[in-house]
Design a protein around this ligand. Structure first.
Ligand SMILES: NC(=O)c1ccc[n+]([C@@H]2O[C@H](COP(=O)([O-])OP(=O)(O)OC[C@H]3O[C@@H](n4cnc5c(N)ncnc54)[C@H](O)[C@@H]3O)[C@@H](O)[C@H]2O)c1
Ligand SMILES: O=C(O)[C@H](O)[C@@H](O)[C@H](O)[C@H](O)COP(=O)(O)O
Length: 299
């Protein structure tokens, strides 16, 4: 099958290589010409604009977007909209908000374009060697595309979840779980680090990766991180986030679903961005007010 890929960054480039491995033809586009050049060298058809990418595909076209979520995704869709025709398929593999995906699905449907929200997991190595896809959109379109998902995913690594938005909803909750699991692993190592024992964290993560209840890919990645830097001295404990954890927490609140672990994990990420906190000052001042407890004063 021939398809177009827009966005050839860490994920898109690996998805293209994965598709090429499975003998699919790919027309590739990115705003960064160097990224397009790399994919040309790998065997994809290079294109220098979205217009050229669309023109290089026979209708009904299949185009996969792997660009930053939010505004960029909207910009790409707005550029594509007048170029696409009834029956074409547009997939969004980015980490888009599921509500945006529902709205985009409706807008594209008005023109007869099938929009599929494809929550994609497994990181860059998954994109390259076998990913995990959580797919929303109409069932007929899913069945037409199923051979592609089968090729690009690990065994049992794709799931058609149902109506538009359900794929990105699943990906959102997946990432909420990811926040909680990562925070729990991190807290365990915090206890080890504060203890009187001297542990080799790479070896600890290795033994926990083999046969234990908490064995997981995240634990294997923990081992890998400690193998590179035994005490992680080379990095700061600043934990960024891209939105999925926030959306999970917001959705959980709207649904009155009780999610303390995910929500606190998100808050720990925000806390990590601050050196000092106003709430810490307030608590410290109050302890001093009612109990005369000492405060740490600024120089
Ligand atoms: N990195 C991951 O582990 C991962 C995993 C699953 C999903 N995602 C999601 O996949 C998407 C891509 O992630 P990534 O890690 O590859 O990001 P990235 O920043 O490495 O790549 C994004 C690419 O999009 C290109 N781009 C930006 N604006 C464009 C435009 N208007 N037209 C064409 N190309 C444009 C950039 O030049 C870049 O090459 C994001 O939505 C991200 O949240 C990332
Ligand atoms: O399932 C995955 O492959 C990852 O979750 C992937 O989607 C990405 O690495 C996240 O975007 C990181 O999310 P945060 O920036 O919110 O931690």
């Amino acid at each position: 099958m021939k398809l177009g890929m827009i966005g050839l960054g860490k994920m898109g480039s690996n998805l293209v290589l994965n598709l090429l491995d499975h003998e699919h033809e790919v027309a590739a586009y990115d705003v960064a010409p160097a990224a397009v050049e790399k994919m040309k060298e790998a065997g994809a058809t290079p294109t220098s604009s979205i217009e050229e990418l669309v023109a290089s595909l026979e209708p009904p076209r299949t185009i996969w977007m792997m660009v930053p979520a939010g505004e960029v995704t909207d910009q790409v869709i707005d550029t594509l909209l007048p170029l696409l025709q009834e029956g074409d398929i547009l997939l969004d593999g980015g980490n888009s908000n599921y509500q945006d995906s529902i709205a985009r699905g409706k807008k594209l449907k008005e023109k007869g374009i099938h929009f599929m929200d494809v929550g994609t997991s497994g990181g860059t190595s998954g994109a390259r060697e076998g990913a995990c896809f959580m797919i929303g959109g109409d069932a007929d379109t899913f069945h037409r595309l199923e051979p592609i998902f089968r090729d690009m995913a690990v065994e049992n690594g794709y799931h058609y979840a149902g109506e538009s938005g359900s794929g990105h909803f699943l990906k959102m909750v997946h990432n909420g779980i990811e926040y909680g699991m990562m925070q729990a692993i991190a807290e365990g190592f915090e206890v080890l680090e504060k203890s009187d024992f001297t542990f080799d964290y790479e070896k600890v993560a290795r033994v926990w990766s083999n046969g234990s209840v908490i064995r997981s890919w995240l634990m294997e990645l923990t081992e890998s991180a400690f193998a590179k830097d035994p005490k992680l001295d080379g990095i700061h404990g600043v934990m960024q986030s891209s939105g999925e954890g926030l959306w999970t927490a917001q959705t959980a609140l709207d649904l009155k679903a009780v999610t303390p672990v995910i929500t606190l994990s998100l808050m720990m990420r925000y806390r990590s961005l601050e050196d000092d906190t106003f709430h810490g000052k307030v608590v410290s001042a109050l302890r001093n007010e009612f109990g005369g407890h000492s405060v740490v004063k600024k120089d």
